[in-house]
Write a protein that binds this ligand. Structure first.
Ligand code: KE4
Length: 427
């Protein structure tokens, strides 16, 4: 149960904001609870308005890779803000950020900044459709790419030809051009391409899905997607909004060597401020206005303050060789969790890549979202509540990934493992 001040604030918030939150997952609805309200966040910890502090594994859903309010970012924001916060005209920060993304992300020859991951994926899909002249797209069940109408789609009755809206307000016609397939099932993708490959503008995929827990692609699966797209002239889009700059300097595509045609980015590149980006082959990107026929725009795209904050974060991450350190921290957490499970005789599934991870309350191997939704959600809710009581904040949903930061100490991890040992008693 959260403190009295949070409860009062939540009651007030609900009179002004739908559900009392500006993004649904923050409502704690998935864990039958009420959210705490935050007063401050520093390093690996977040403090609520009642003064309770939590070791934080949500990390504002990915951006806080250095931890919260890292000095290198906050000082940059203070400094840069003195020269203005938004110009509506080109500025040097945009070139520096574009150069960094081009240098670090293997698939990117040119890049366009946006203000959110949703804008990045929406724009990438429109560009793929404009470039290929085709309308159909393929996404995968359990992958989330932001709240774009044609990506809020679930597999419907005509699963292999069209999707069904996955939200009220999405017209059937919008969903109809989206084909939603099971992840890690190459045969399902091959069947669609045999039937209508020349109609498919793009495949958009989270290469390591982080919105259904954290799911590992099976050996060769990503290469299979790349090859079948090349065969049919379809654009392969990696949605690395979460994995980009997090699991490696060049994201999943650096680790696997599977280079998509386009990549969507976000979160880490804003240092906590609103930023997204999409990039890829210059031949494709040059179809964007003002050069080409595909329109895409944004008042705050390339915002100097957000880019300066993001660049400060990326440079610090690189200076510290942060990815190796994050993997060491992740391995410590993983070893501890596996030890707890072993001691309890629980064969739950645990997936991790670097500092992204998920514990699934099921003994079934996790191949895709169907396996994740088969996990014991009630047990997760009890586990979440017990950890929160004990000062550990994990994602308030069993279908989210957890994040470590460079600010997490080995002490934090050991304290977390103690709390997990206690929490497992109520699972
Ligand atoms: P935003 O529009 O929320 O910046 O990004 C959308 C998005 C796109 N692609 C991927 C792979 C994503 O994970 C996201 C957003 N991630 C969620 C967390 N699962 C954001 C949290 C929220 O919706 O409040």
């Amino acid at each position: 149960m959260v403190g009295p001040t949070s409860q009062k604030l939540f009651a007030k918030a609900k009179t002004l904001i739908p559900g009392g939150v500006n993004s649904p997952v923050r409502s704690f609805k998935n864990v039958d609870g009420d959210p705490f309200f935050v007063r401050s966040a520093h390093g690996s910890r977040i403090t609520d308005v009642d003064g309770k502090t939590y070791i934080d594994y949500v990390g504002t859903w990915g951006p806080a890779i250095l931890g919260h309010a890292p000095l290198v970012v906050t000082q940059t924001i203070h400094e840069v803000a003195k020269s203005g916060v938004s110009f509506g005209a080109p500025c040097p920060w945009e070139i520096e950020m574009a150069q960094t993304i081009v240098d670090w992300v293997p698939s990117v020859e040119k890049v366009r900044m946006t203000s959110s991951g949703t804008e990045a994926t929406m724009s990438a899909i429109r560009l793929a459709r404009g470039y290929t002249g085709r309308d159909k797209i393929i996404k995968f069940n359990g992958c989330y790419h932001g709240h774009v109408d044609h990506l809020l789609v679930a597999a419907g009755s005509g699963a292999l030809t069209h999707g069904e809206p996955d939200s009220a307000g999405v017209p059937k016609a919008f969903a109809g051009e989206t084909i939603c397939l099971p992840f890690n099932k190459p045969e399902a993708v091959a069947e669609v391409f045999e039937k209508m490959g020349e109609q498919i503008a793009a495949i958009i995929v989270e290469p390591y899905p982080g919105n259904a827990g954290f799911i590992i692609p099976q050996e060769g699966y990503l290469q299979f997607l790349k090859d079948i797209c090349a065969k049919y002239g379809t654009i392969l889009i990696f949605d690395e909004v979460m994995t980009g700059f997090r699991v490696a300097k060049g994201g999943v595509q650096e680790i696997t060597g599977v280079i998509p045609d386009m990549t969507c980015l976000g979160k880490v590149i804003g240092g906590g401020l609103p930023v997204g980006a999409f990039g890829g082959k210059a031949e494709i990107m040059d179809h964007l206005a003002p050069l080409g026929p595909v329109y895409q725009a944004g008042t705050l795209s390339g915002n100097p303050l957000a880019l300066a904050a993001g660049l400060a974060q990326l440079k610090e991450l690189d200076r510290k060789h942060g990815w190796a350190e994050l993997d060491v921290l992740g391995a410590r957490l993983e070893a501890g969790i596996r030890g707890i499970l072993k001691e309890k005789g629980l064969d739950f599934q645990f997936n991790r890549l670097g500092s992204m991870f998920c514990l699934f309350f099921t003994e079934n191997k996790i191949i895709n979202v169907d396996d994740a939704t088969g996990a014991d959600a009630a047990a997760f809710r009890r586990y979440f509540a017990a950890l929160l009581e004990d000062g550990v904040f994990i994602a308030p949903s069993p279908y989210e990934a957890g994040f470590l930061s460079l600010a997490h100490s080995t002490g934090d991890i050991d304290d977390t493992l103690d709390a997990m040992t206690k929490a497992m008693k109520v699972v």
